[in-house]
Ligand binder design. Structure first.
Ligand code: PMP
Ligand code: GLN
Length: 406
């Protein structure tokens, strides 16, 4: 007789040998890089510039709306596709900022964060034999879900210092098996914001290969002096594009896990079918509150971008003073540095030591890559700057001592 069934070691994407397991000493560690670095920051008392979450809550009126919704009894399952007022607010928001007008009844669903929107749409659209194309570095859940789906993950590199794709390499990465091209713009972890010509090229190549575009635009409002262009607004894109966003980034409520996706009815219906069996529905009282948030005036949206830009500059100054090469981001709340001026060639190892060395935690960029990309990015580290100014200033002071402590 055999004993009870044992879990297979490692995540599926680890078995697929992506870079996502670089910090797993035995290849079987079941936590993400974000969880691992946050745990390390907590155990060492380090300032956590690793996992990207703000250290201040979002607007008080949104919090009060959630509290009021709970008090009023909005505490049971929401409809699977989300409460109508939120779907309406998402549609109005897209009309207001981008001139898009998805139908709240058939072309929008609310999800449990962007993470679930990514999972539901990929699991709905791809399987073994299909290829999903992403840029590299790529957000960690992409590799995980593509692995779970059984599809093959193909990448096109984004190269430092500006992390723009080589368009010929992008074209070469498409194949007759490309079923989905998964874009992330503004881009985590690099902070790149893609210009119109790059996005238009993605659309043309997707059209040529009859691929669906899934576009993760969770940082849509976090750009610094450059315009965010939603893929769905480009010629030829709307009929083949699923757009994903999240309240976590825009409103600083990452713990509420309210996200959404929108696009043509047949694609949204496919994702909704899968979503039913992932979470069925998403936090009811938070949905009402985010509906209110989406209607906040323009000053709110410009205010968050201006504040983050200032924080980016404060942290960047500190990182430069520490002798690191700063790769200035145009969007998101992440800044990457090249540590090679300090003689460092392995940012994964440095990230593990950094909290004990100087009391700051960061994320090594190679973990967002497959093997070749990990090699290309092996001296890069990502710092989050969605923190209060005094925290960033203290982090900069601590990092200034790095050279002496290495
Ligand atoms: N996509 C990207 C590019 C992200 O950076 C994140 C998280 N920060 C997510 C998706 C996940 O968003 P959520 O927390 O809404 O699930
Ligand atoms: N998106 C956040 C980041 O890139 C982390 C979210 C998570 O922990 N899954 O830091």
């Amino acid at each position: 007789m055999t004993g009870p069934a044992q879990p297979r070691p490692g995540f599926p994407w680890q078995r697929a040998a992506t870079g996502a397991n670089l910090l797993s000493p035995d290849g079987s560690l079941g936590v993400t890089i974000f969880e691992e670095m946050t745990t390390l920051a907590l155990s060492t008392g380090a300032i956590n510039l690793g996992q990207g979450f703000p250290d201040e809550d979002g607007p008080v009126e949104i919090k009060e709306a959630a509290q009021a919704a709970i008090a009023a009894g909005a505490n049971q399952y929401a409809p699977g596709k989300g409460i109508l007022p939120l779907r309406e607010a998402i549609s109005v928001h897209q009309q207001r900022f981008y001139g898009l007008a998805p139908d709240p009844q058939t072309e929008i669903i609310v999800t449990t964060g962007a993470t679930e929107a990514i999972a539901a749409s990929l699991l709905a659209l791809v399987g073994p034999g299909d290829e999903v194309l992403t840029f590299e570095p790529f957000y960690d859940s992409y590799g995980a879900i593509i692995g779970l789906s059984g599809a093959t993950h193909v990448t096109a590199p984004l190269l430092a210092p500006d992390f723009m794709p080589d368009l010929a390499a992008l074209e070469a990465a498409f194949s007759p098996r490309t079923k989905v091209v998964l874009v992330n713009n503004p881009h985590n972890p690099t902070g790149a914001v893609f210009p119109r010509e790059v996005l238009q090229r993605v659309v043309e190549l997707a059209e040529r290969h009859d691929a669906v575009i899934i576009t993760d635009e969770v940082y849509e409002h976090l750009t610094f002096g450059v315009q965010h262009i939603p893929v769905a607004t480009l010629p030829g894109a709307a009929e083949r594009t699923l757009t994903i966003s999240s309240a976590g980034k825009t409103f600083s409520f990452t713990g509420w896990k309210i996200g959404w996706l929108s696009g043509p009815e047949h694609l949204v219906a496919a994702a909704r079918t899968v979503k039913q069996f992932l979470s069925y529905s998403s936090g009811t009282p938070f949905q009402a509150a985010i509906a209110l948030g989406l209607g906040l005036p323009d000053e709110f949206y410009t205010g968050i971008a201006d504040t983050l830009r200032y924080k980016r500059d404060i942290l960047s100054e500190g990182l430069r003073a520490a002798g690191l090469d700063v790769l200035t981001p145009q969007g998101t709340y992440f800044v990457n540095v090249d540590t090679s001026p300090l003689g460092i060639t392995d940012s994964v190892e440095l990230a593990r030591r950094l909290p004990a060395l100087v009391g700051v935690a960061a994320i090594p960029v190679p973990v967002f890559c497959h093997a070749d990309g990990a090699e290309r990015t092996r001296s890069l580290l990502r710092f989050a700057f969605c923190k209060q100014l005094y925290v960033l200033e203290e982090a900069a002071e601590r990092l200034a001592t790095l050279w002496d402590r290495l």
